[in-house]
Design a binder for this molecule. Structure first.
Ligand code: OGA
Ligand code: NI
Length: 338
């Protein structure tokens, strides 16, 4: 099994066969646009209505944006990043203690996306944790590095506050009451993926993560400042997201597309790898409670357009998502009204 964890293997000179994409599915890195960038929004400004406007424009036009002056302390982020790197540097025997390919586990180290379901693998290891409520999940988290639990709990708490704030801004940007989106979701879950992409011998032939949309409501992603990798689909073009100092990347997930009745899109994105440097990202996923029924806000369907998607619970959606390969069709397509 240790052969699967790519962060513990060194000295690849070729990409192993099971990671090589067929020609038509490769990332075509030379065609990626690097001159455009997604919007950067300053959350520290005084003018709330201006921030709401910027958030609404970004959600409509990109589905992605970056935020600065977001209230999460630089210290919490720096410690999270350091302990994440420390975790992936642990000896393989240590990492194997928490390894699993079972997506129903609430804490696991794994690799690629859905190792047993997919034909071609992805150049990524990831540590996945459930993070809310903390007292329920922290006991099962890794106890090595010894500071892991304390540092990651603190990071989760701070990021949750940002998530709540963003949900309010997004709700208002749709013309809804500040609390409406939050109230529609029940007691929200929070999951984390610490993604680790080791240097890859042939980055043109594979992905860290192939094109996908996020199944949750909202994602708050921290990416290494010095190592690019995240790309977003805009129209027909892939656009590189240049890491902005002290920023988080925010993206709309499938649940917000459903709640907004398609006004805001859960946009395709992917992570590519490179030959020289390992890259780490820390994704915090905000998810409706499992039993929350997801349906478009009445305010957004009252114009007679009707709801695009049928009602469903998040539990039903999440099970569907993990039963698929990552880069199939948009999972929400399966939930359209007949
Ligand atoms: C994800 C994701 C992108 C990245 O974890 O869902 O899209 O840059 N990550 O790691
Ligand atoms: Ni994603």
């Amino acid at each position: 099994m240790d052969a699967k964890i790519i962060s513990s293997r060194i000295g690849f000179s070729n990409l192993p066969e099971s990671y090589v994409r067929q020609e038509s599915e490769r990332p075509r890195l030379s065609e990626v646009s690097t001159c455009e960038n997604i919007p950067v929004i300053d959350l520290g400004g005084e003018d709330r209505s201006q921030i709401i406007q910027q958030v609404g424009d970004a959600c409509k036009n990109y589905g992605f944006f970056q935020v600065i002056n977001h209230g999460v302390s630089l210290e919490a982020v720096a410690k999270m990043v350091a302990v994440g790197h420390e975790f992936f540097r642990l000896p393989v025997e240590e990492k194997l203690k928490v390894y699993s390919d079972d997506p129903t586990k609430t804490m696991r180290l794994s690799t690629s996306f859905n190792f047993n379901k997919e034909k071609v693998h992805n150049w990524r290891d990831f540590l996945r944790l459930h993070c809310y409520p903390l007292h329920k999940y922290v006991p099962e988290w890794p106890s090595n590095p010894p500071s892991f639990k304390q540092i990651v709990s603190n990071y989760c708490r701070e990021v949750r506050e940002l998530g709540c704030r963003l949900e309010e801004l997004i709700s208002e940007s749709l013309g809804l009451k500040k609390e409406e989106i939050k109230n529609a979701l029940g007691e929200q879950e929070q999951h984390m993926a610490v993604n680790y992409y080791p240097p890859c011998p042939e980055p043109e032939l594979t992905y860290g993560l192939p094109a996908h949309t996020d199944p949750n409501l909202l994602t708050i992603l921290f990416q290494d400042l010095g190592v690019e990798g995240l790309q977003v689909l805009k129209g027909d073009n892939w656009v590189a997201v240049h890491p902005h100092p002290n920023a988080f990347v925010i993206n709309i997930g499938d649940q917000l597309q459903a709640l907004s009745n398609g006004k805001y899109k859960s946009v395709w994105h992917r992570a590519i790898v490179n030959a020289n440097q390992a890259r780490m990202s820390v994704a915090s996923f905000f998810c409706p409670s499992y039993h929350a029924v997801i349906r478009a806000s009445k305010t957004l369907t009252d114009d007679g357009s009707g709801a695009i998607y049928r009602d469903f619970t998040y539990e039903e959606y999440y099970n569907k998502f993990w039963s698929r390969k990552l880069d199939q069709d948009h999972c929400l397509e399966h939930f359209k009204q007949q």
